[in-house]
Write a protein that binds this ligand. Structure first.
Ligand SMILES: Cc1cc2nc3c(=O)[nH]c(=O)nc-3n(C[C@H](O)[C@H](O)[C@H](O)COP(=O)(O)OP(=O)(O)OC[C@H]3O[C@@H](n4cnc5c(N)ncnc54)[C@H](O)[C@@H]3O)c2cc1C
Ligand code: SF4
Length: 338
């Protein structure tokens, strides 16, 4: 590192995205500072909070919600002005929101990149699936994804799809009774129930134990078999990155050429610090990243920052089965009909 700067790279946010970037950079010898608004909390403490919580259906309830690092389930966090109450479950602690994600790790399919030319809707992507494929593979190896190398994810019930350059890092978990029954009952009707590729270790992987199938993945995997960003926050620290908790980046400072030259950081006690680096990575989640860029009037020559935010659509279906299916075993998400 040049003495001119506090670090080669400052990463804002210690979630899956920021911590993976920080790990790669620190391992390649760069000096890295990670700024994290929340605290570093041990897994046992989150598990204990969950046990003691009276709101077990609220996946945010076991996690900290400090006045200086609000998670997004606060009524006041997002000012919804439209007819739809948008409240995604963003978390603020070391490791970020993947602490309570479902760990589904589907790739986009080649057809997803060509919606306009194949189906006449939306727009085509400016790149092909084949160009993204090696990066999907890298991400799956970093996150430790298990999946089936034979399932057809196109829904046709044919041979393995989409194409892969290498097998999944791990084999799928064993099929639960529920999975087996859905598969055998739905297949004759042409609905191909397949395994969901997911970030659960099915053998020891990168320091994680194999999934023991106790179905608590949301809001927290008690044993850390499911991937969460705290793994890479720790990897980054082990590789020499400095992790600063209780450190909210509240402003990016521009230099004469409009490039970021410093970040202004505030602690819960109101102490302000100005930190400089050659490069900055803003990885503060889809809500907080545009907020910080807009507050700082940075990187918005397109006027698109903070617009067109999309969540994935979700649909819940319930049914009464005509036979006992014994759910509640294995991971919270196991498979699906595509
Ligand atoms: C209930 C739930 C289930 C989900 N399931 C899936 C799934 O199955 N598959 C899937 O692909 N995705 C899923 N997601 C989405 C996935 O969790 C997120 O896309 C992912 O965590 C985003 O990672 P990130 O690193 O960008 O942000 P985060 O993980 O949110 O990390 C951002 C970090 O930045 C910190 N931060 C924010 N602002 C500042 C600031 N100003 N200064 C300093 N630090 C700051 C935060 O404290 C946080 O630690 C799910 C999400 C939820 C809520
Ligand atoms: S089933 Fe249990 S051990 Fe497996 S990922 Fe979910 S919570 Fe963790």
């Amino acid at each position: 590192m040049s003495n001119q700067y506090d670090a080669d790279v400052i990463v804002i946010g210690s979630g899956a995205l920021g911590s993976n970037a920080a790990t790669i950079l620190a391992r390649s010898g760069k000096s890295v500072i990670i700024l994290e608004a929340g605290e570093k909390i041990p897994r046992w403490k989150i598990v204990e909070n969950f046990r003691n919580s009276s709101k077990k259906g609220n996946y945010n309830s076991p996690y900290p919600n400090d006045p200086w690092a609000h998670h997004s389930y606060d009524e006041q966090y997002i000012e919804n002005t439209g007819p739809f109450d948008f409240r995604p479950g963003m978390l603020k602690l070391v490791g970020g929101t993947t602490w309570h994600w479902a760990a589904a790790c589907w790739r986009y399919l080649p057809n997803d990149m060509k919606l306009k030319s194949l189906y006449g809707v939306g727009r085509d992507w400016p790149m092909e699936y084949s160009e993204l494929e090696p990066y999907y593979q890298k991400a799956e190896e970093a996150l430790g994804v298990c999946g089936s190398d034979t399932d057809d994810q196109s829904g046709q019930g044919g041979s393995a799809f989409p194409p892969r350059s290498k097998p999944y890092p791990m084999e799928p978990e064993g099929e639960t009774y529920l999975f087996q029954r859905l598969k055998s009952r739905l297949s004759p009707a042409g609905y191909h129930f397949i395994h969901e590729p997911n970030g659960r270790a099915t053998r020891t992987y990168d320091g994680r134990p194999a999934c023991s199938g106790n179905n608590n993945c949301m809001p927290v995997c008690p044993i850390g078999a499911m991937y969460s960003g705290d793994k890479h926050a720790q990897h980054a620290e082990d590789a020499g990155a400095i992790l600063m908790t209780d450190s909210t980046a509240w402003k990016l400072e521009k230099g004469t050429d409009d490039k970021i030259i410093a970040v202004h950081v505030r602690s819960s006690k109101g102490i302000d610090t100005r930190l400089t680096a050659k490069y900055f990575i803003v990885a503060a989640h889809g809500l907080e990243t545009p907020k910080l860029l807009l507050i700082s009037d940075i990187a918005n020559s397109s006027d698109r920052v903070g617009r067109n935010l999309m969540d994935h659509t979700g649909m819940g279906l319930q049914f009464l089965a005509d036979e006992p299916l014994w759910p509640g075993r294995g991971a919270v998400q196991q498979g699906g009909n595509i």
